[in-house]
Ligand binder design. Structure first.
Ligand code: IVH
Length: 707
């Protein structure tokens, strides 16, 4: 790059004085260098200089241009933001109309086949003719723009408008650094006139950052990258547009003169790329309908991971000669079609805002929506998380809102369409009393969430607490689902978890959806659940903030329920991973007499667990060793094996790391085994472990990859 900054002195037909001649050369070299760096940074995404080096070049160019105003030209990088705010955008007449394309909304297979069949029919082809070559592209979700280059210099940028007349947004287009002010290439290779068409868009990460900035500055945020790009490009003051992170992809051509067209659309895109414009790399030549279907599927799988939004793919007949033969119907080409994916955003209305009460009493406002098909499913609910969120989004009952569901993410309300707010739309207010039990609702000043103070008096909390208690990772009571719990609480058969163990088969058989057989099964499941582990039991109690991992830590640390129940704040904080908030919540749970009664009743009902051997205080043959278990062992369950290890002074962890001493592997081990092998960690089987525990001899190692 340095080299091009100091080109050999030209023989110079210029009649300017010596100093100006070298300034002129230096200015030209600086411009070339900056344009090349812009291209590498904004188009190729592969910068070769630091920001500081780039800034130095830019500053020098600015200074030289200030000293020699006669050297300033419109294609200088310093002229990207120069214009004054406009009163309005002038109208531009498109010499070649900007068309739209027909959209297929059918499944990937029938949509692509229908298009291919139409093209073949129009061209008069039969089954015996070879498949048609297409060029498949992404359908970018931004706004269409026409860029006009005369003798390689960008002279105009215009929106599509109605296809015939658009708006002249040249000043704004010039601020987009991915768009070159001058085309790359030798004079002979550059067309006298070329209009390049494509999409101005905003990357998702740029959109998020922009919204964060807008929020921090107390300005309006944007709903999605597309609106953000459109809003930014339609600013009358180019200084504002210049601060917006806009990007561009080229996908087609408008008017051309003085240039030999390539033979294919793919060739055209390659040529546009050589001119220095961004062309998306996912474009692909596809043969026949099958090729198009494969492209549609491949892109669907990638869609979520792309850095920008797309709303589908576009198929184009690759040969420009065939495109000419196919021509147009009304305002659409016969040689191209857009094939959309299910929309990830839709409009719908908020019918009302419910408040749901969770297991811990947390109140969550949930918007009940008019059913809407979005992201491939019908959505009727969207969580609003908490009161502040409802206020921030200003969602009111009756509002039209934009709902988004991308991938497997839960649906969310992105924004309200304020223009469509009906008169009398009602604002949401968090109720002062629990909608289920009528207890007072409280909200700590420092917290965003409001809670029902009814605790286990509140049927909603009780139902959730029972479901949590019965859950697979807690007491694992098979068959105790929400429909049953609902009835047990509503019919006052069950107040607390302890009551579950007093239920008779008769009680259960009287419930809806409960046949004799399933009542019997549930009784067996209840009986089975009585033998559990301390950590499962602690988790099942549903202490606020105590998840599975914390329950495990508590069981390991205290070793018995009595010790845990007796622990004061200091004793709790002594457990690694437990902070003040958790310690407070654990203490207040166990000091509540009602909770202590339920626990006593559960133990009286026969719930029990094997003793926990506290690792830190035990020493034995495995002291200082850490084990990871994988696969099914021949005689012991994994729990038993863990227990034996801990008893012998060892530690058991969930995943392999450099600190793992041994991996204990059984039948059908998971990826753990492979990981152990790459980390060169010795692998044992059950017999070797037992031998180690019993004789404290060196184990027989199953495998060890030697580095
Ligand atoms: S080709 C004559 N290719 O989709 C063909 N359009 O109705 C003209 N779009 O608003 C369009 N990605 O801005 C084409 N790869 C792509 C596209 C694309 C997005 C937009 C375009 C227009 C609409 C087509």
């Amino acid at each position: 790059m340095q080299g091009s900054l100091f080109p050999p002195s030209s023989s110079g037909a210029s009649s300017l004085p010596e100093a100006t001649v070298s300034a002129r050369e230096r200015v030209a070299a600086l411009r070339d260098a900056i344009a090349a760096h812009d291209h590498r940074y904004y188009v190729l995404d592969a910068p070769t200089v630091s920001d500081a080096e780039y800034d130095a070049l830019y500053r020098e160019l600015r200074q030289l241009e200030a000293q020699h105003p006669e050297l300033v030209t419109p294609d200088s990088p310093t002229q990207r933001v120069g214009g004054q705010p406009l009163p309005e955008f002038p109208t531009v007449r498109h010499t070649v109309p900007m068309l739209s394309i027909r959209t297929e909304t059918d499944t990937e297979a029938s949509g692509a086949r229908a298009f291919d069949a139409r093209v073949r029919r129009e061209l008069g082809l039969t089954e015996n003719d070879p498949p048609i070559a297409y060029l498949a592209e992404l359908k970018f979700d931004g706004l269409a723009i026409n860029l006009r280059y005369e003798n390689g210099v960008l002279v105009q940028g215009a929106t599509r408008g109605d296809g015939e007349n658009g708006e002249d947004v040249t000043q704004n287009i010039r601020t987009i650094r991915a768009i070159p002010l001058r085309l790359n290439g030798s004079n002979e290779s550059i067309p006298a006139l070329i209009e390049i068409r494509g999409e101005v868009y905003m990357r998702r990460d740029d959109f998020e950052k922009l919204n964060d900035r807008q929020l921090a500055a107390g300005e309006k945020t944007f709903v999605n990258p597309r609106n953000s790009a459109a809003g930014s490009l339609r600013q009358l003051d180019p200084a504002i547009t210049a601060k917006r992170p806009l990007s561009f992809f080229a996908y087609g051509l408008g008017e051309v003169a003085g240039w030999a067209l390539p033979e294919t659309h793919g060739g055209l895109l390659n040529a546009i790329e050589r001119f220095g414009l961004p062309v998306d790399q996912h474009r692909r030549r596809a043969l026949g309908a099958e090729g198009l279907i494969a492209f549609h599927q491949d892109i669907a799988a990638l869609r979520e991971s792309l850095p920008f939004d797309i709303d589908g793919v576009v198929y184009k007949v690759d040969s420009l000669a065939l495109q000419r033969r196919l021509g147009f119907v009304t305002r659409e080409p016969r040689w191209a079609v857009a094939h959309k994916y299910p929309p990830q955003e839709q409009f719908t209305t908020v019918q009302h805002i419910d408040v749901q009460v969770g297991r811990t009493g947390k109140l969550t406002p949930v918007a009940k929506l008019s059913p809407v098909f979005v992201g491939g499913v019908t959505v009727t609910n969207a969580t609003l998380h908490n009161e502040d969120e409802v206020k921030r989004k200003d969602v009111r009952i009756g509002d039209t809102v934009i709902v988004r569901r991308a991938g497997d993410v839960i649906p969310e309300i992105v924004a309200v369409v304020i223009e469509r707010r009906p008169e009398g739309a009602r604002a949401f207010e968090m109720p002062r009393q629990c909608p289920v039990c009528g207890s007072l609702v409280s909200r700590e000043e420092s917290e965003v969430d409001a809670y029902c103070s009814g605790e286990l008096f509140c049927p909603a909390q009780r139902k959730q607490a029972l479901l949590h208690f019965a859950g697979r990772r807690a007491m694992d009571i098979e068959g105790l689902g929400d429909k049953i719990v609902e009835q047990l609480v509503d019919k006052a058969l069950v107040q607390s978890a302890a009551d579950l163990y007093r239920l008779t088969q008769n009680d259960l058989a009287g419930l809806d959806r409960m046949a004799e057989k399933s009542a019997a099964n549930l009784c067996v499941a209840l009986e089975k659940s009585k033998y559990t582990t301390l950590e499962r039991f602690i988790f099942a109690l549903g202490v606020r903030h105590v998840g599975e991992a914390t329950a495990h830590d508590l069981a390991q640390h205290f070793g018995s329920l009595d010790a845990l129940m007796a622990a004061d704040g200091d004793a709790l904080i002594a457990v690694p991973e437990i902070g003040n908030v958790m310690a407070d919540s654990i203490r207040s749970f166990f000091s509540e007499p009602r909770n202590r009664d339920v626990i006593a009743a559960l133990r009286a009902a026969g719930i029990h667990w094997p003793d926990v051997v506290v690792a830190s205080t035990t020493s034995g043959p495995l002291t200082g060793l850490t084990f990871v278990l994988t696969g099914a062992l021949p005689t012991m369950s994994r729990d038993e094996a863990s227990h034996r290890i801990v008893e012998a002074g060892g530690k058991v962890t969930g995943s392999v790391s450099k600190k793992t001493s041994y991996v204990l592997a059984g039948e059908a081990p998971g990826s753990t085994l492979a990981k152990a092998q790459t980390l060169n960690i010795p692998v044992l089987d059950e017999a070797a472990l037992l031998q180690m525990i019993e004789s404290s001899a060196s184990p027989k190692i199953l495998s060890q990859v030697n580095s």
